[in-house]
Design a protein around this ligand. Sequence first.
Ligand code: AMP
Ligand code: TRP
Length: 327
Amino acid sequence: MKKRIFSGIQPSGNLHIGNYLGAIQNWVKLQKEYDSIFCVVDMHAITVPQEPETLRRRTIEIAKIYLAAGIDPKKCSIFIQSHICEHAELGWILNTITKIPELEKMTQFKDKSAKDSRESASAGLFDYPVLMAADIVLYDTQLVPVGKDQKQHIELARTLAQRFNHKFGETFVIPEAYTKKESENIMGLDDPTKKMSKSAKSEYNYIALNDDAETVRKKIKKAVTDSGSEVVYQEDKPALKNLINIYSLLADKTPKEVEKLFAGKKYSDFKTELAEVIIKFLAPFQKKIGELSDEKVLAIMEDGAKKVRPLAKKKLEEVKKKIGFIV
Ligand code: AMP
Ligand code: TRP
């Protein structure tokens, strides 16, 4: 039997190449070998305020991004989280075996709730990792391909799955995070000490998946570099290392090959080429997105929900029986 992978992205804000390289690019590769389920996690998105019309539009947009990136709906199931109510139900049950300090130590919660004041953060934001654990364990997921920032959440999913199994008998598969060293943490173009982020203050932090060619050239030109002049892949040159990682992941070369390619050349030569590599990736990708109709995408998502619903129902029924609910 094929191993199962599951992952998802929130329809909140513009996606950037960090999201693509850290998550989606790996999904596309893994779908060949794994039984793959990918989700648009709209229930996670509403843990911070969302404008309803924007949420609807972005949910469809994320689905289009999955498809344009090469996720094949014939091989995988793609669906919208809120279409499978078992996620919320299992989330509730897992809440009852989650300890408050386990959620209090989550760095994403601390970051997100610090941004506004903690007083205005929702209970949903606090509880976010439990719903994520439910997403994962509902489908007997073995691997969860994500970026580094999600590893702590997957640790909690493991803890909760183990705790449930221990209390009520073998029920859940214990999931593992899947990350790649070069792509798990793409850094900001304006600050290589912080991850590329859609909530960054400056748009020079990221390349958005919908940036046009001129914007890409402008942003890469402005990207910070390290002292020196040689294009080398070294720990003590974090800005350059990040740019080389982006180049190597998009051009399907190793960082060392990229280093060789630019031996004896200047930073500016490398940056010019890097911008072109990014544009060469983005242009056909954006074209595909433009060609996908909302109706077609929604039909694919409905189809995906149909495929996964029986799995979710079966697992939830097993859980309910084990905890003593009358089913
Ligand atoms: P988010 O934008 O937080 O919904 O993230 C969607 C996916 O992209 C998750 O798997 C993240 O871990 C991943 N991700 C977000 N930012 C980065 C980044 N800077 N580098 C690598 N992966 C990232
Ligand atoms: N929390 C993830 C993020 O912000 C999104 C997510 C929700 C997810 N449920 C998931 C990722 C299940 C992997 C598996 O990126």
